[in-house]
Design a binder for this molecule. Structure first.
Ligand code: ATP
Length: 334
């Protein structure tokens, strides 16, 4: 239920911050404990500074009726949302396995089996969001987390960031363009197929250790995404290469998944021939990797530079943006 007007609404004071888990462009993410549950219920609390939100993007918490119904095994659930005069808070499922990227950078690259597993779970999550007419747009390794069993969970959906960078030029773009479909770079208008391109870019990175067209030179990267021929290392099997080529097709209408069947077209690819989609959805397929999690509050799957940060969740600053009320933001899901 959104915008509830009956008490008691939860507030920041109902949660105790335990550690910093990470930092996004607009604020920090904390590991928090819900005080009322005797401490056994942990969440990730994303804090956004209103002045950053106001200055840099139009934050939309999706369409309330849609968000209320977003519930999927491979998508982080939003439990509560509230605000103080200076900050917005989102209370989400905590994923103790950390970022997929954290594990990929340690492993170098993943086997085809492991890549298939995460790609399948993410595919189901994207297909589900598309069925609700939500385009994720921001699929990148940092937005894929692992739960305690090793299942993938998409995070950061529902905060549509339209208008952050309407002009995706190399000069003005914030964030990382590696996973963006070519049609997004040129602001040509886009549809659901952008997510299939990003899934392809992510699968390419899982298999090779680097995103497609990788270079640190931003202008060159843009140029390569638009027109270079993508190199596939020898060790990639023919069927995996065919999947990547299908997903990374530049023309959205010719891209795998770009047709009216959307995700079903991707699922039908022979790379997924052995997959039991029903079992996968029901989470009865054992993940290929189980993150080491020693107890509920273990943060060893998160970067030390964040978990060692001081908590500092104070309200003590008076910059612009403070005091503005974000109508429709409050959400109490349980
Ligand atoms: N639900 C969660 N459980 C565990 N860790 C999380 C969760 N959500 C975020 N994190 C951690 O915090 C980091 C920052 O999250 P956030 O969503 O702000 O990142 P971001 O995608 O870079 O942000 P933005 O795109 O808004 O700039 C993540 O990369 C992850 O390490």
């Amino acid at each position: 239920m959104l915008c509830l007007h009956f008490p008691p609404l939860l507030s920041k004071d109902d949660f105790e911050s335990l550690r910093v888990l990470g930092k996004g462009s607009y604020g920090k993410v904390f590991l928090v404990r819900h005080k009322d549950t005797g401490g056994d219920k942990l969440y990730a609390m994303k804090m956004l500074r209103k002045e950053h939100v106001l200055n840099r993007w139009r934050l939309k918490l999706g369409d309330p009726e849609v968000l209320e119904h977003v519930s999927h095994p491979f998508i982080v659930s939003l439990h509560y949302a509230f605000q103080t005069p200076k900050k917005l808070y989102l209370v989400l499922d905590y994923c103790p396995g950390g970022e997929l990227f954290f594990h990929l950078s340690r492993a170098g690259r993943f086997s085809e089996g492991r890549t298939r597993f995460y790609t399948c779970e993410l595919l189901l999550a994207l297909e589900y969001l598309h069925s609700l007419n939500i385009i994720f747009r921001d699929l990148k390794p940092e937005n894929v987390l692992l739960d305690e069993h090793g299942h993938a969970k998409l995070t950061d959906f529902g905060l549509s960031k339209e208008g952050i960078c309407d002009n995706f030029s190399a000069r003005t773009m914030c964030g990382t363009p590696e996973y963006l479909a070519p049609e997004l770079l040129d602001s040509k208008g886009h549809g659901k197929a952008v997510d299939w391109y990003s899934l392809g870019a992510l699968a390419y990175e899982m298999l090779t250790g680097l995103p497609p067209y990788y270079t640190q030179d931003r202008n060159l990267l843009f140029d390569r995404i638009r027109r270079a021929q993508l190199q596939y290392p020898q060790y990639i099997s023919a069927v995996a290469k065919a999947l990547l080529q299908g997903l990374l097709t530049r023309q959205p209408e010719s891209r795998l998944g770009g047709g009216p069947e959307d995700g079903a077209e991707v699922r039908a690819h022979s790379f997924f021939a052995t997959v039991d989609w029903q079992a996968l959805y029901q989470r009865v397929v054992t993940p290929p990797f189980k993150p080491k999690v020693a107890g509920a509050g273990d943060v060893s799957n998160f970067e030390k530079e964040f978990v060692d940060m001081p908590l500092g969740v104070s309200e003590a600053d008076g910059r612009p943006g403070a005091g503005v009320h974000f109508d429709g933001f409050t959400y109490q899901g349980e």
